[in-house]
Design a protein around this ligand. Structure first.
Ligand SMILES: N[C@@H](Cc1ccc(OP(=O)(O)O)cc1)C(=O)O
Length: 193
């Protein structure tokens, strides 16, 4: 199995994900950027946070190609925008592309289900009102409020770019990615090193 991580510059987030997965498991892994400067070194913050966590890793940035997309079994992006860009450029990759977080945490299943249920309740009340039934406005408002509350609680699947941030920002990004990678290892039942 081949896992491919994708971010913007291929100098911060996707190299961290690649380094972590390569250190923890025997799976075939690579990383690419969507707007990378070909040959660029990893950012200083990335080098430092990897070294501080005992990870020996080196990488030169490069851009995602059709060959990479074809060779990968699973393409995991750092944000929903990366996912959309890949799906636009390489429509054949749709079924094997997701954000790292949503895929690793199995798309936050419980939270999504609660939100779907809340939409159904709201839709039903709305339909009743449209078809002339006497639905109290407060009831309609309350079911809409429930949707907003659940949406606000839904964790974002995006991992923001630490580029230009200080060591604390890089460490936070590293921790977020490491937690997601640990989930990924469990979900895919990968062989640990
Ligand atoms: N591509 C630009 C900007 C950039 C760099 C890194 C970056 O972070 P990441 O590698 O996590 O996408 C985002 C954008 C550069 O190399 O300077």
């Amino acid at each position: 199995m081949k896992v491919l991580f994708v971010c913007t510059g291929n100098t911060c987030r996707s190299p961290m994900a690649e380094a972590l997965l390569a250190t923890k498991t025997t799976v075939d892994v690579d990383s690419k950027g969507l707007m990378a400067r070909e040959g660029a070194d990893m950012s200083e913050g990335t080098k430092q946070v990897l070294a501080a966590n005992g990870i020996v890793f080196d990488k030169q940035a490069s851009n995602l190609t059709e060959t990479d997309v074809k060779a990968a079994d699973l393409i995991l992006t750092m944000t929903r925008q990366h996912k959309r860009m890949i799906q636009q450029q390489f429509p054949a990759a749709i079924d094997k592309t997701d954000t790292l977080k949503a895929y690793s945490y199995d798309a936050f299943e419980d939270e999504w289900q609660a939100l779907k249920d809340a939409y159904l309740v709201f839709e039903e009340k709305h339909q009743q009102q449209v078809s002339g039934e006497d639905v109290p406005l407060a009831e309609l408002a309350a079911s809409y409020q429930a949707i907003e509350t659940l949406e606000a609680r839904l964790p974002s699947p995006d991992i923001p770019d630490p580029f230009g941030g200080n060591a604390a920002v890089y460490l936070e990004t590293f921790k977020t990615i490491e937690a997601a990678i640990d989930q990924l290892v469990k979900r895919l039942n990968l062989t640990k090193k």
